[in-house]
Design a protein around this ligand. Structure first.
Ligand code: SAH
Length: 345
C-alpha cells in the first residue's frame, strides 16, 4: 500500500503520471489531503469516481482515529490520544496561547533515548512516524477545534532527529504551499542533542526554531539524566548548536527541566550561566513533571525562582514554562502509558 499523504506534490504528480492520470489530478488530491484535510476519498467530490476507487485500492488514506480527548478546565489545553492504522497509540496536545493556537506532536511511537525523568521512553521505541502521521495530528486537531493553528512544536513522544527524513518531509509539507502553509518560524523542533543530526539540520537552512534539551550544567549530571550524554559531550552538542546558528541565523533555545536536588542548586545555575555566557541564550526552565514510574521530584517555586535569578546574572534570557493542563495527564507520554496499562489490566 502506498502512503499518498506522505508524498510531496512533485512525488504525487509523478505517481499520477505513472498511473495514467492527468497531472492536475495530483494538485487536486494534494489539496483535499493537505488544504481541506478531508478524512476519506469519498469526500473528494471533484475526482472521478473511477479515480477515487483506484486510490482506495492503492493506498488507505492515513487518518488518525481519536481515541480520547482530555480537556483542561483550567486553560483549555486539550490532550489527544490517537490510534494509528497498525493499532499503536500516540498523543498530541493542543494549547491555546494568547499569541496563537499551538499543537505539540509526537514524532515516534515511544522513544529509545531513555531519559530517566521521561514517561515516553518507558516501553522503548516501537517505530518512527511517517510524515502523514505527523501531519494528521495537526490536521485532526485543527478540524476538532475549528480554528487556525499557528504554531507547531515537535516536543511530544519521540526523538525527532532520530526520525530525520520523515521529520524533514513533515516540516516541508507543513510549511510549504498547498497545505497549512505555516511559517517555518512558527515550527519548533526539540532534540535531546544528537550533535551530528543538528549539524545536518543546520545545512538544510530551514528557518525553524531548534530547542535543545540540556537539563544539566555538566556532563556528569547530564549522564545521570540522559543516556545520550554518553554519546555526545555537552561541548560537542553546544558546538553543533553554534553551527546551527551560523548556518541559519536562528538562535537555539535551551530547555532545562528542574529535578529537585539533582540539577536545581545555586551552583548548578552558576555553572550553567557561565557555560552559556555570551550566547544571549533563551533558557526555558521546566519544573519536572513527576512521572509515577520515575523517582524525580519537582523543585519548589522558591528554588525555581532562585535558579532563574542566578542564571540571569550571566546575561541570559530566562523564562519559566507556564504549566498548561495541570488537571489532565500533563507529562510527555503519560496519557499513552496510562491508557496502555488500562488496556492490559
Ligand atoms: N526527544 C525530544 C523531544 C521530546 S521531549 C527532546 O528530548 O527534546 C520534550 C521536552 O520535554 C524535552 O525537553 C524533555 O526533556 C522534556 N521532558 C520529558 N519528560 C519530562 C518531565 N517528566 N518533566 C519535564 N520535562 C520533561
Amino acid at each position: 500500500m502506498t502512503d499518498l499523504k506522505s508524498m510531496s506534490l512533485p512525488e504525487l504528480t509523478q505517481w499520477m503520471l505513472d498511473h495514467g492520470e492527468k497531472k492536475f489530478r495530483a494538485r487536486q488530491l494534494y489539496g483535499w489531503m493537505h488544504e481541506k484535510q478531508v478524512s476519506s476519498y469519498d469526500e473528494m467530490t471533484d475526482l472521478p469516481v473511477r479515480l477515487r476507487e483506484n486510490l482506495e485500492g492503492e493506498g488507505a488514506l492515513v487518518c488518525l482515529k481519536t481515541q480520547v480527548v482530555q480537556v483542561s478546565r483550567l486553560d483549555g489545553t486539550r490532550k489527544y490520544l490517537f490510534r494509528l492504522a497498525d493499532g499503536n497509540d500516540i498523543e498530541s496536545v493542543f494549547m491555546p496561547y494568547r499569541h496563537g493556537n499551538s499543537v505539540c506532536i509526537s514524532s515516534q511511537v515511544g522513544c529509545s533515548m531513555g531519559c530517566s525523568f521521561c514517561a515516553s521512553t518507558i516501553g522503548g521505541k516501537l517505530r518512527n512516524l511517517c510524515a502523514s502521521e505527523m501531519l494528521d495530528q495537526v490536521y485532526r486537531i485543527k478540524k476538532d477545534i475549528g480554528e487556525r493553528i499557528s504554531n507547531v512544536v515537535v516536543m511530544g513522544t519521540g526523538e525527532p532527529l532520530d526520525n530525520y527524513d520523515n521529520l524533514l518531509k513533515f516540516i516541508r509539507m507543513l510549511t510549504g504551499e498547498g497545505g497549512l502553509h505555516l511559517s517555518q518560524r512558527n515550527v519548533t523542533v526539540s532534540t535531546c542533542g544528537l550533535a551530528d543530526r543538528i549539524r545536518a539540520l543546520a545545512e538544510e537552512k530551514l528557518q525553524i526554531t531548534l530547542a535543545l534539551s540540556l537539563h544539566a550544567p555538566n556532563d556528569e549530571i547530564r549522564r545521570q539524566l540522559m543516556p545520550v550524554a554518553y554519546r555526545y559531550s555537552i561541548e560537542e552538542v553546544l558546538d553543533a548548536c553554534r553551527y546551527y546558528f551560523a548556518c541559519t541565523g536562528r538562535r537555539v533555545t535551551f530547555e532545562y527541566s528542574l529535578c529537585k536536588g539533582v540539577n536545581d542548586r545555586r551552583e548548578h545555575a552558576a555553572q550553567l550561566g557561565s557555560m552559556l555566557k555570551g550566547w544571549n541564550a533563551h533558557i526555558n526552565l521546566i519544573p519536572v513533571n513527576p512521572v509515577r514510574e520515575r523517582r524525580y521530584l519537582r523543585s519548589s517555586r522558591r528554588e525555581v525562582d532562585e535558579f532563574k535569578n542566578e542564571l540571569e546574572k550571566y546575561g541570559n534570557n530566562v523564562t519559566i514554562r507556564r504549566e498548561m493542563g495541570a488537571d489532565i495527564d500533563g507529562a510527555c507520554g503519560q496519557l499513552r502509558s496510562r491508557y496502555r496499562k488500562r488496556d492490559v489490566t
